[in-house]
Design a protein around this ligand. Structure first.
Ligand code: 6R9
Length: 653
């Protein structure tokens, strides 16, 4: 952003208070957490209450700006906290995972079974030469063995680096090499919309240039022919794991020992290996999973639809839910296989109570139409969550009404790979929500909004979201590159963590996330948020999803170019273009009116579902597309480029 403050122009007055019924059984209501508790004692209390420690910590926080250590002197094991202690306390028969395979097969896995399989896998890793501190890369589809592999690493003190199963061989190779992983765990293949992604073949390609890899453990999932195994390097899971002992003493780890690396590409540069450690990470994921999702372990069925290749899967499929002894659903496939009602079918089948998904999915469901959820019994649901991008108010309301039956609170959770756990979110039994606002920082978290000078902008006001003091699950660094950690997160503002997101606070202090700072547009001297213009477009009944970018303009500096997908039943037309432009002007003001509107079937998205505006900016500026390797489907943007070139809707009126 230039030296102009982000204004935040879109207004939202709708209020959604939790129902009396929800409040009557909620873990957190008004007054549960003392408002002014100091954050160190707050987190110390959570760490003691939520986790089992082998040795208690003697110091809560050592803060040598910008390097933090939490719970010094404490020792614990993450897999013990996620599994053994629940079995010991008599809950071994409780279901840890209801796993649903894409082709329709399913498995029910109890805590006892999970523990035994984790021990066998941990012993297998030891037999392959893995020792405490070694890095293990994991490249698998969404099968239970992926969670097992992560926990097996945690059990023996190895550091896992999960690489999303949709990445290419080049991306996998780069991540393996940066971490110098010794072992790769993969599968023969993964099911994807009825087809097979040949994981092992891709892994072989990657391993052609990974000097550190010694062994590769391969799970048979798809069972297709022709999977090549290299003698001395490759081992089938079924040849090794089942014969191992189902006992493996958990390694007692220092609170600050590394638990995992997770690579994030962010908006620029090569992927960064984000480092997360043991005690602080587990404390905050357990805390947030329990209270943000109001977890009642005896009765809830929790479903986070993310992939374990992303931080959301790490924290809210594996570590948070298991630490809290939750029963979860884990699903292998896509929402539209075999049909567009698969999610609703799964919710009905397992009586899911809590659904945690992403705005990109919600907008897709809106586009497909409400008849798909309407055909299923979703009455088991009692709480809904959102993560990954700002949720447009209209998508929020659609989710609330069509999925939650207007009865379930919606928690819009802001956080990042780097923060490890949720930071800004409603507490569902307490917070009065506003659609599109992540509301307030959680207890123990310091967040603020500052201007270009780093000074707080006050209430109301807009600028950059910062975190004002350390938190337990914060990244401890960037693997192999301490300077990059300092430069990326701690140099923009003095003593404050720079999140890279624009944000505003309204007159009542609610936080509104306005998109990545790099995406914000400067039109005639006004900083305009892409999120707000997109939300205005999505509030038109014809629009399912929208992405807007700034493109160079002679007089206004930048002009707004909009890319829009329509809901089923609506047709593209010149009249609709005019209507949408007028609609934005009415919702936000004439300054935010898109100069051009292009209708398209799809928008370019990252593999984790976030809209990649940089590429649309390239399209609007008629520049080359550059690196498109992080895209889920590179064809989408090529198609938009062709459409854009042929389109004549540009109109300065
Ligand atoms: C958890 C995750 C982090 C970036 C973050 C922000 C965006 C995530 C959001 C949100 C608005 C929310 N983001 N949740 N923006 N409201 N509730 O997504 O991690 O993949 O590292 O992405 O995602 O821009 O900075 P990650």
């Amino acid at each position: 952003m230039d030296d102009v403050t982000l204004e935040g122009l879109l207004e939202e007055d709708r209020l959604f208070a939790p129902s009396t019924e929800f409040v009557s059984n909620a873990l957190v209501v008004d007054g549960t957490f003392a408002a002014d508790a100091d954050f160190e004692s707050f987190w110390a209390a959570q760490a003691t209450e939520l986790l089992d420690w082998d040795v208690d910590f003697h110091t809560v926080l050592e803060w040598k700006h910008p390097f933090a250590k939490w719970f010094l002197g404490g020792k614990l094991n993450v897999s013990y906290n996620c599994l053994d202690r629940h079995v010991i306390s008599g809950h071994g028969d409780q279901v840890a995972f209801h796993w649903e395979g894409e082709p329709g097969d399913s498995r029910v896995i109890s805590y006892t079974e999970m523990l035994a399989e984790v021990c066998r896998t941990a012993n297998s890793l030891k037999s392959l030469g893995v020792e405490k501190g070694d890095r293990v890369a994991i490249y698998m589809g969404m099968v239970p063995e992926l969670a097992v592999a992560m926990l097996a690493c945690a059990r023996i003190g190895a550091v896992h680096s999960v690489v999303f199963g949709g990445f290419t061989a080049d991306s996998l190779r780069a991540r393996i090499n940066d971490a110098e992983a010794k072992v790769l765990i993969t599968g023969d293949g993964a099911w994807r919309r009825g087809g097979i992604v040949e994981l092992k073949a891709i892994a072989d390609d990657a391993m052609s240039g990974t000097p550190a890899i010694e062994k590769c453990l391969v799970l048979r999932r798809t069972g297709h022919d022709g999977v090549a195994m290299i003698d001395g390097r490759d081992v089938w899971w079924h040849d090794l794991v089942p014969s191992q002992s189902d006992e493996c003493v958990p390694e007692s780890m220092d609170a600050e020992d590394l638990l995992f690396l997770l690579y994030t590409s962010g908006t620029t540069g090569s992927p960064k290996g984000i480092m997360h450690t043991t005690g602080g990470y587990l404390t905050q994921v357990a805390f947030t999973h329990k209270y943000v999702f109001d977890l009642h372990p005896e009765t809830d069925v929790f479903w986070c639809t993310a992939d374990c290749g992303w931080v959301t899967g790490h924290s809210y499929i594996v570590y948070g839910p298991l630490a809290n002894r939750a029963t979860s659903v884990m699903y292998e496939g896509t929402p539209d296989f075999p049909d567009k009602d698969r999610f609703w079918q799964i919710i009905e089948k397992y009586k899911v109570t809590t659904l945690y998904t992403a705005p990109t999915a919600i907008r897709t469901f809106m586009k497909w139409g409400s008849e798909y959820p309407a055909g299923h019994d979703l009455s088991s649901l009692r709480l809904l969550g959102s993560v990954g991008e700002p949720i447009n108010p209209e998508a929020w309301v659609w989710y609330f009404e069509n999925i939650g039956g207007s009865r379930c609170p919606v928690v819009d959770t802001w956080w990042q790979t780097e923060t490890g756990a949720i930071m800004v979110s409603p507490l569902p039994g307490k917070t009065v929500a506003k659609p599109g606002s992540a509301t307030f920082p959680l207890p123990g978290i310091g967040a603020d909004i500052v201007g270009d000078d780093g000074e707080p902008v006050g209430i109301p006001g807009g600028g950059y979201l910062v975190l004002t003091h350390p938190w337990p699950s914060m990244l401890r660094g960037v693997w192999g590159d301490p300077q990059r950690y300092i430069d990326t997160y701690w140099s923009r503002f003095d003593k404050k963590y720079f999140a890279g997101d624009g944000a505003k606070r309204d007159g009542e202090g609610y936080f509104w996330l306005l998109g990545r700072v790099d995406d914000i547009m400067l039109v005639a001297g006004h900083n305009i948020s892409t999120t707000e213009v997109e939300s205005a477009l999505v509030s038109h009944p014809a629009v399912a999803e929208a992405a807007v970018v700034g493109k160079t303009h002679e007089t206004t500096g930048q002009a707004i170019a909009a890319f829009v997908t329509l809901r089923s039943g609506y047709e593209a037309s010149q009249e609709l273009v005019a209507e949408l432009r007028a609609h934005v002007a009415e919702q936000i003001g004439p300054i935010a009116k898109p100069q051009s509107v292009l209708f398209t079937d799809d928008l370019p998205k990252t593999r984790s579902g976030k809209i990649m505006r940089r590429l649309l900016r390239n399209v609007a500026e008629d520049e080359s597309l550059g690196d498109t390797t992080t895209l889920a489907d590179p064809n989408v943007v090529a198609g938009i480029k062709a459409l854009y070139a042929a389109d004549a809707t540009d109109d300065d009126a």
